[in-house]
Design a protein around this ligand. Sequence first.
Ligand SMILES: [Zn+2]
Length: 209
Amino acid sequence: MNLLDLLFPPRCGGCGGDGAAWCPACAGALRRPSASTLAGIPLVAAGRFEGPLQRAIHAYKYRPRPQLASVLAQPLGRAILAAGLSLPALTFVPLHPRRRRERGFNQAERLAAQLSSELGIPMVGGLTRVRVTPAQVGLSQAERRANLEGAFRWTAAEPPGHGLGLVDDVCTTGATLTAAAGAVAEAGGSIGAFLVLAVAQTLPALAVT
Ligand SMILES: [Zn+2]
């Protein structure tokens, strides 16, 4: 515990309880979803988008509490190890620069950086959100796909490489992840796994096998 924790004891992002940023009860309530794939690519998640994890992700992004990345990345790191994936590098879903300025940080980038140091896997940036997309909430899967058409591009000078782990906070329908993976493929690389904190239970059966 550092001095700041002594002066300002952390509150749990999941239940609001005092003493820890992510308490053992909330950590123990995680239900890891069964293995699945999205567009033929393995999808690894720390838990389902429900209960304490849902509240913690909301606090992480919108309150905002960027320091929650360090505790939220831990169960995702364990899920990645349990999946037995061998990933040469990690990359992340970008925010549009305007959105990133408003929030002050990119939640997916923070998670990727944390996972990179925990798992000893290098992190590479390169995906750029080239246009602002309207909020996805309330859109059907087909509408989300259309909404994200051409939204991402790989803009780094170096090509993306193959088998990258693509990090995001939540997978709702998979439209964002598959659009970002498409941009990596267009640049000559490939995504080896999607890595998210939480997966919504509303994933359409057709997209997930
Ligand atoms: Zn808690």
